[in-house]
Structure formats: C-alpha cells, structure tokens
Design a protein around this ligand. Structure first.
Ligand SMILES: [Zn+2]
Length: 213
C-alpha cells in the first residue's frame, strides 16, 4: 500500500502539476471520444498503450473484456455502455482482448471453476466463443488460447450490437466498433478486419474496423 501512497505523492507533485490546465478544464466536463473495453488484467493499461490523457477514454474493465448481451435485467456494463453512447456520444468503441488472458485460459483448458462460481457465471457471456473455438483444430494449447482470445473479441462485439443505444448509433452512422488484441510481450496490437473476419496488424491497417460498413 505504501507504493500507492508514494505514487500519489509523486502524482500530486509532478503529473498533476504538469496538467493543471487540463484538470481545471476537466473539473466540470468530460468529452471522451472512445469507450475502451478491456480485461482487468494488471498488464493491460488502456491509457498507457494508447498514450491517452485523462478525459480521453471512457473505460470498462472486467475479467475477460466481456460485454453481456442486452437483456431484461441490464447490469453495470450495460449501463456504462448506454451512458457512453447515448449521453457522452462516443464515436468509437474498442473491445481489447490480450495475450495470456487468465479468463480465456480458464475457458480454453476447461478448468474446473466450481470453487469460483461468480467467475464461472460471468464467463458464460463468452460461451459462443468457447463453442466455436472448441470446434476448430489447433496445433497447440498456446494456439488454441490465442484463437479463443480473438474469438472472444468477436463474440463481445456481437453482444455489444444487441444494446439498443449501440444499434441505433450504428444505424445512424455515428459509431464505429473495433476489435483489438494486445500482445503483452511484443507490445503489438492486432485489429479485426470486419471485411474478412481476420486480425491484422493495427499499425499496418490503421483504418480497420470491426464491421463492414
Ligand atoms: Zn485477461
């Protein structure tokens, strides 16, 4: 805990002071352009890997970068998506999976999760990715996991489209969806190309979007 307090002291003395005008502006307003959905994993830091400042990203983080489909009893993720799209008017949503994901590893290896009932229940929102990936042939366990991480991004994008606010914004052409996979070791990002369903290097294909429109 002392690390955090020392860090906060450093923030007050350096980072906050350097951005005093920005924080003054942000004190009463925010206009983030992007809703960024990533895993809670400590190694995935949205603002760091996209080099964004406070006020730039509206962020949802949870185990497995999951967006439950819209349903009769919407939860916290659904409320946050709705607020980002309908109130803040974000123009882009990124679903960002990552390498070595613990949540996806649990699904990929069919680990018994009886002792983690909340996790097991949560990961049911990735069930379509699980069954699609299980029906494929994989050369190794590592490849199977990498494939599941990608398939889960595709599944969560599909879930996202069931949210009325997202469906409306897409219909009105004021929202773009993006599916990314971040590689922790290389620092690289692959992006889903909605035209062919393949993941390609983001830097080589910066305009890639997760939907064909
Ligand atoms: Zn993860």
């Amino acid at each position: 805990m002392q690390d955090l307090i020392d860090g906060f002291r450093k923030f007050q003395g350096e980072a906050f002071t350097q951005r005093s005008d920005l924080f003054k502006h942000l004190a009463t307003t925010q206009t983030p352009g992007t809703l960024f959905v990533s895993c809670s994993d400590s190694r995935v830091v949205p603002e760091l890997l996209t080099q964004q400042e406070p006020g730039d990203l509206f962020v949802i983080r949870n185990a497995g970068n999951i967006v439950p489909s819209y349903g009769p009893e919407p939860g916290g993720v659904s409320a946050t998506v709705e607020y980002a799209v309908a109130v803040l008017g974000v123009s882009d949503i990124v679903i960002c999976g990552h390498s070595d994901c613990g949540a996806m590893t649990a699904i990929s290896t069919c680990k018994c999760l009886d002792h983690l009932p909340a996790v097991a229940n949560w990961l049911r929102h990735a069930e379509s990715a699980k069954v699609i990936n299980a029906a494929r042939t994989h050369a190794s366990d590592a490849e199977q996991l990498d494939s599941l991480v990608r398939e889960n991004v595709v599944a969560q994008l599909a879930n996202l489209k069931t949210h009325p606010s997202v469906a409306l914004a897409l219909e009105q052409g004021r929202l773009s969806l993006h599916g990314w996979v971040y590689d922790i070791e290389s620092g690289g990002i692959d992006a889903l190309d909605g035209r062919n369903g393949r993941f390609v290097s983001l830097l080589d294909n910066p305009s890639t979007r997760a939907h064909a429109a």
